[in-house]
Design a binder for this molecule. Structure first.
Ligand SMILES: [Ca+2]
Length: 337
């Protein structure tokens, strides 16, 4: 059944839905300030070299350079999630560096958070009434999205150049020693990168959505990491790491349940992701079978679903289960706004 439906892939329809997405994206605003005051900036789609060249000082062996295309625009938090924002959403502040240090830490990045905590934060933020009303569904960035945004068009070890000499202008890390170094610092105090993102280098490591694994051999489109694993990826280095650990390409990994005062995160948001993108769909011709796919377009009650491998299938709205039809209708309504 699956293969029969796969055979229904129509390239033309896929091209049409891509152009539909592009027009949605063209309407997207460049910045968003959400209901808890969090600012996000639109990151334009594009192609870049992910990883590092072999001559880069301090590189890791898991940074094999390869071409990556990010095919869709997305939003990324201008700063790491702060302690104040985390507390507003979760009702708790797990950070190691907070009030006992006799300072207002609400603008410091939340730390001592696990990957699981970060994912839960995204879910609860998405569930806030104002966010639901606006149709915003938050998630962690993929590590490709993270590195692409960090580089902001740069090809060097850091977003501002090849040398760590200027790192102190952009980052809190253990080699920028013009202040007390052994703690994270309020966000947005250093210079942003070319796309207006702060603290991509240093302050706290940032959890990404991917399972850790080897990079693909060759070019990749919208990579989402290893299919399975036991460790999740972090990027960007932190207040306790030296310059080489804060490069654009640096990768760290840890178990998704582990917390550390080096670890924080920032959130991503897809303009097209007003509902969970990939979800289970019942196959209309065999309702007991499901596929994992995202909805790309609805044209004259014909849905185009994109499978995780990029193939597409078409299904009719009338053939869907009630749950799937409700999702599709909500999806369509949100796009008409
Ligand atoms: Ca950071």
């Amino acid at each position: 059944m699956y293969s029969r439906l796969m055979a229904m892939t129509v390239t033309l329809v896929f091209a049409m839905c891509l152009s539909n997405f592009e027009s949605v994206m063209a309407q997207a605003t460049k910045t968003i300030t959400n209901s808890i005051g969090m600012k996000l900036v639109l990151i334009p789609n594009g192609t870049f070299q992910m990883g590092s060249p072999i001559e880069e000082v301090g590189r890791g062996i898991d940074e094999e350079q390869h071409q990556v295309t990010i095919s869709k625009d997305y939003y990324l938090g201008v700063t790491e999630v702060t302690q104040g924002q985390y507390e507003k959403v979760m009702g708790t502040n797990p950070s190691y560096f907070q009030k006992q240090r006799k300072r207002d830490s609400s603008m410091c990045p939340v730390e001592n958070v696990s990957w699981d905590d970060a994912v839960e934060f995204c879910k609860r933020l998405s569930d806030l009434p104002e966010e639901k009303k606006a149709g915003r569904v938050y998630r962690l960035p993929t590590e490709a999205e993270w590195e692409y945004a960090c580089r902001a068009g740069s090809k060097t070890a850091y977003s501002f150049g090849a040398s760590a000499k200027s790192l102190g202008d952009y980052a809190w890390c253990s080699t920028t020693n013009d202040f007390p170094i052994y703690q994270p610092h309020p966000v947005r105090q250093k210079k942003p990168n070319a796309w207006g993102l702060y603290d991509m280098h240093g302050n706290v490591w940032e959890w990404c959505s991917d399972w850790y694994g080897d990079y693909p051999k060759g070019a990749a489109n919208d990579p989402t990491g290893a299919k399975e694993g036991s460790l999740r990826v972090l990027h960007g280095g932190s207040w306790g790491y030296q310059a080489a650990g804060c490069r654009s390409a640096t990768r760290l990994r840890d178990a998704p349940s582990n917390r550390h005062s080096f670890y924080g995160f920032r959130v991503a948001l897809s303009p097209s992701g007003t509902l969970p993108e990939f979800r289970e769909w019942a196959l209309p011709m065999a309702m007991d079978e499901t596929i994992t796919a995202r909805l790309n377009s609805i044209i004259a009650d014909t849905l185009t679903l994109e499978l995780t491998d990029g193939a597409t299938i078409k299904v009719e709205l009338k053939d869907l289960t009630d749950v799937d039809r409700k999702y599709a209708e909500t999806w369509r309504k949100q796009r008409r706004k």
